[in-house]
Design a protein around this ligand. Structure first.
Ligand SMILES: Cc1cc2nc3c(=O)[nH]c(=O)nc-3n(C[C@H](O)[C@H](O)[C@H](O)COP(=O)(O)OP(=O)(O)OC[C@H]3O[C@@H](n4cnc5c(N)ncnc54)[C@H](O)[C@@H]3O)c2cc1C
Length: 377
């Protein structure tokens, strides 16, 4: 039976596992990352790749700031494609614009880097908005777009080449009894510290962490267009104004309940499927968009619902224009979240922590999350 020895083992090469490997290497540790698949294909491979503050609860802004600082270093050093032109949340109605204005007024005190743009300024900033359909927008200047599939391949390559991290892809971990990590091929790794970053697999390692914390899975339907013709630059990422009703950051806006009521009355199906449309451009020029939220039994259903894709397209096409709407891919992604605690870390054995991604903001927060996991440990 092959046996190795290291300082830190990270189980899972999704974004949380990658960020933990980066952080442990930064602290001078020898690190082995063990990933079940030939390349990571969990929630991290299926997202928008949006690193942004605008939708986060204000209590998470300091973690986000720390994370974005590390992201900038990783983007530069690993030579990742990125889009640094921020993120727009666009208002298609006067009421949405009212909520966005209220948010922009409070933003500086709360620590958000956003400013309100009127219709003309919005249209000037984004070739993708339909000028006559938009009342205004807020621009989150801290927003950055990355391409998830590129991140999940290139960052491990860079960490291996530059920081000496060893990645073992195609090896599942069968169990942890500190200080031993047992892989399903019979090999064993001895380590001082182990981070279990296995994402939404509630039936995997340490299932008791999931039941103890009442962790819920969320299923999200996504689509991606073909590459946009003539190297079209989509501009900043776009969230529709109706998304504000579901983001913690807008809770303090005086008109948010009126907006919630108006949306529920206009189109109850938006709340039924938790529709929160977001659009981003990826490295190959395609546009990635979607944003439904289904929980409970609906999150476990094996099939996509075409009605959700139709609703997302209907809402998006009211305010957004693309050069080519041909859909090349549709898929489903899952993440897990705990309503009361966005960052879940539990020391399940001495020296072994289970770390879950921060729900729908796990990509944004991953490096700040990893810093917290290794602090004083
Ligand atoms: C559709 C969608 C869109 C999103 N968009 C964004 C966004 O734009 N911005 C943002 O900030 N966040 C976004 N998120 C949230 C973010 O993607 C997640 O919070 C984050 O990816 C969770 O990362 P993770 O590493 O915990 O999990 P995962 O990415 O699921 O990684 C876990 C890894 O562990 C591996 N694994 C599991 N069991 C074992 C085992 N026994 N042995 C070895 N390996 C194992 C899996 O194969 C997997 O690769 C989105 C999520 C979804 C689903």
């Amino acid at each position: 039976m092959a046996e190795s020895r290291t300082d830190v083992v990270v189980i899972g090469a999704g974004i949380v596992g990658i960020a933990c490997a980066y952080e442990a290497a930064r602290l001078g540790k020898r690190v082995i990352v063990v990933e079940r698949d030939k390349e990571a294909r969990g929630g991290s491979a299926r997202g928008f790749g949006l690193l942004w503050q605008t939708g986060l609860a204000s209590s998470l802004l300091s973690v986000a700031a720390e994370s974005l600082k590390a992201w900038r270093e990783v983007i530069a050093e690993a030579r990742l494609w990125s889009k640094q032109d921020g993120g727009l949340t666009i208002a298609g109605t006067e009421l949405e614009a009212q909520v966005l204005r209220e948010f922009a007024e409070r933003a500086p005190d709360l620590g958000y880097a956003v400013r309100f743009l009127d219709r003309a300024a919005t249209a000037q900033r984004s070739p993708a908005v339909i000028p006559e359909a938009v009342v205004g927008s807020i621009l989150g200047t801290a927003g950055v777009g990355v391409d998830p599939s590129e991140v999940l391949t290139r960052v491990p390559q860079w960490l291996a080449a530059d920081r000496g991290v060893e990645f073992r892809f195609g090896h599942a971990v069968a169990g942890v009894e500190m200080p031993i990590v047992r892989c399903s091929d019979g090999s064993v790794i001895r380590a001082d510290r182990v981070v279990v970053a296995t994402g939404d697999r509630m039936d995997g390692l340490f299932p008791e962490v999931f039941s103890r914390n009442a962790i819920k899975a969320c299923k999200v339907q996504m689509m991606q267009t073909v590459e946009q013709p003539r190297a079209w630059d989509f501009g900043p990422s776009i969230a529709l104004g109706l998304s504000a009703r579901m983001a913690d950051s807008f809770d303090a806006c005086p008109s948010i309940d009126e907006l919630r009521g108006a949306i529920a009355a206009r189109a109850p199906e938006l709340d039924r499927f938790g529709i929160q449309p977001i659009l981003t451009q990826h490295a190959d020029g395609s546009i990635c968009f979607g944003g439904s939220h289904e929980y409970g039994d609906a999150a476990e259903e094996p099939f996509d619902k075409e009605v959700i894709n139709e609703i997302v397209l209907r809402e998006v096409k009211k305010c957004v224009q693309l050069r080519d709407w041909t859909i090349e891919y549709r898929w489903v992604g899952k993440y897990v979240r705990v309503a009361s605690r966005p960052l879940v870390v539990e020391e399940v054995q001495p020296g072994c922590k289970v770390a879950l991604g921060a729900g729908g903001s796990g990509f944004t927060l991953a490096f700040g999350h990893a810093r917290g996991i290794f602090e004083n440990w």
